[in-house]
Design a protein around this ligand. Structure first.
Ligand SMILES: *Cc1c(COP(=O)(O)O)cnc(C)c1O
Length: 490
């Protein structure tokens, strides 16, 4: 048959679209992408994906390559994360799916226990826990109990332990937390949870493949008694393409509660360890190939590069007048806030700084401030994820960080009053639910509808200020509209 369009032309168009993307390699984007700097790993991953392209990961008995690769990846992760032969696991499509499944497992076990007589299950975690756990509580009907953290992003162990109770289906701690790179007090929380018969999940989605090689850390993985599950993303510091993570669980019986199985329909018997049915084996094959190529030593070498670059950047940022590194980062992430002890004229707002750094060609990630349930407020910050390619660009990156700070020093943060004052005259914030057209009109009114490209505005600081200034349900609805419109057919 004759194809409707010539493949070469289609690929040329894709190349054009890709050229407009943020750069995935070279270290200029300090979030989202994890570049090992090893071109042969990318080639290997591409070849592995191609080799399994037609495979359906749904059935590892029909496609036995899937069973072998999954077993080897889980085994590698289990060794790395201090698990013994009692630890089993699954390969999932990403950190969110690993976290969702950890919560679903705990909820189902809790529902089957006598504790369920107490009513609704509760998910207990520091407020810094990844938003995937908010999503899990929402999807699976758990009450979310988020514990405030200190200004350094660290949760007090006694505070979280005091909130353990029979209705807690799962307590979650992070290694480290995404917003501030805080290593939660895992040993203390896990011990208290174990004593109370409550499972404890360690979210090592970002740290799982790099912290095993970080220097000077206390035990945070399956070596810690009471840790019942760990999530670790291969598509972060495992350097695999997106779509692959592992969820390890201590105890076969616990892990079996993760599965969904049914024979009660007139089709094939369904047995799904994870959320999807039919699924690609591509990212699994790529992750599998990369773990074999790097081995422990390769991962260690890449982690050591990350550690050197992180400590160099902590020094650089720490020496910039008006900025400070939040807390004591554990792992290759840094959160940067204003140094409030400096004179106002010497302070650097981290969001103006990030926008200015971007003008110099480096993309940092703006994080909003947060009012916690105890009335304290976590300041807004700028996030950097450091990868193995960072070390090679340290001089240029450091220069951009310093110069950008000089260029915005003394400019006050965008205040809520500024953004609300910029709303069109006579504009009334809706109090209840709004429809898509109203949401679009508000976005247009505040100048946030992305026009042709769907790209971000040049300056993100006012946008983040708006996120903090408006009531959360409204902002969430507006952002939903924004993202939904971005992918609508043009
Ligand atoms: C990235 C991340 C997740 C979620 O992972 P995705 O792969 O983006 O779905 C969960 N927890 C932490 C700590 C993370 O850094």
């Amino acid at each position: 048959m004759q194809l409707a369009n010539d493949p070469a032309g289609i690929l040329a168009r894709l190349a054009e679209l890709r050229a407009a993307d943020a750069p995935t390699h070279g270290g200029h984007v300090l979030s989202y992408v994890y570049d090992s700097g090893l071109a042969e790993l990318d080639e290997l991953a591409a070849a592995a994906i191609r080799a399994v392209q037609p495979v359906n990961g749904l059935d590892p008995t029909t496609f036995t390559s899937v069973a072998v690769m999954e077993g080897e990846v889980v085994g590698f992760a289990r060794d790395l994360l201090g698990g013994d032969s009692d630890v089993v696991g699954s390969v999932t499509t990403g950190g969110t799916e690993s976290c969702l499944l950890a919560v679903k497992t705990a909820r189902d076990l809790w529902n089957a226990s006598s504790a369920s007589a107490t009513g609704r299950p509760r998910l207990l975690a520091p407020v810094t826990v990844h938003a995937a756990f908010q999503k899990a509580a929402h999807y699976f009907g758990l009450e979310l109990d988020l514990v405030p953290v200190g200004q350094d992003g660290r949760v007090d162990a006694a505070t979280i332990i005091s909130r353990l109770g029979p209705d807690v289906a799962l307590v979650v701690v992070s290694a480290p937390s995404y917003p501030h790179a805080a290593l939660d007090p895992i040993a203390k929380v896990a011990a208290a949870a174990q004593a109370a018969g409550i499972p404890c999940h360690v979210d090592a989605c970002i740290g799982g493949w790099v912290l095993p090689f970080w220097t000077g850390l206390p035990a945070w993985d399956f070596r810690v008694p009471g840790v019942t599950s760990v999530s670790a993303d291969l598509h972060k510091f495992g350097y695999a393409p997106k779509g692959v993570s592992v969820l390890l669980q201590r105890g076969r019986d616990r892990q079996r509660a993760q599965f969904f199985a049914t024979t009660r329909w007139p089709g094939y018997p369904v047995v799904n360890p994870t959320m999807l049915g039919s699924k690609s084996a591509g990212a699994l094959a790529a992750g599998w190939a990369i773990t074999h190529a790097l081995g422990r030593d390769g991962l260690a070498a890449l982690a050591q590069s990350c550690e050197r670059a992180t400590s160099a950047l902590i020094d650089v940022i720490g020496s910039i007048e008006g900025l400070r590194v939040v807390g004591d980062p554990v792992g290759p992430l840094i959160a940067v806030a204003t140094d409030a002890t400096a004179e106002a004229s010497a302070q650097v707002d981290p969001h103006h700084w990030a926008d200015q750094v971007r003008a110099h060609g480096w993309l940092l990630q703006l994080q909003p401030g947060l009012a916690q349930s105890d009335g304290t407020v976590l300041p807004h910050t700028t996030h950097l994820t450091i990868t193995p390619v960072t070390e090679g660009v340290l001089p240029e990156l450091s220069a951009a960080l310093v110069t950008a700070a000089d260029e915005v020093r003394g400019i006050p943060a965008v205040s809520p009053a500024d953004v609300l004052g910029a709303l069109p005259a006579g504009f009334a914030l809706p109090s209840g639910p709004i429809d898509s057209e109203t949401a679009l009109a508000i976005l247009a009114g505040i100048g946030l509808v992305s026009t042709e490209s769907g790209g971000l505005p040049d300056r993100m600081a006012p946008f983040l200020a708006l996120v903090s200034a408006l009531p959360a349900p409204l902002t969430e609805r507006l952002l939903t509209e924004l993202i939904a419109r971005v992918v609508e057919p043009r």
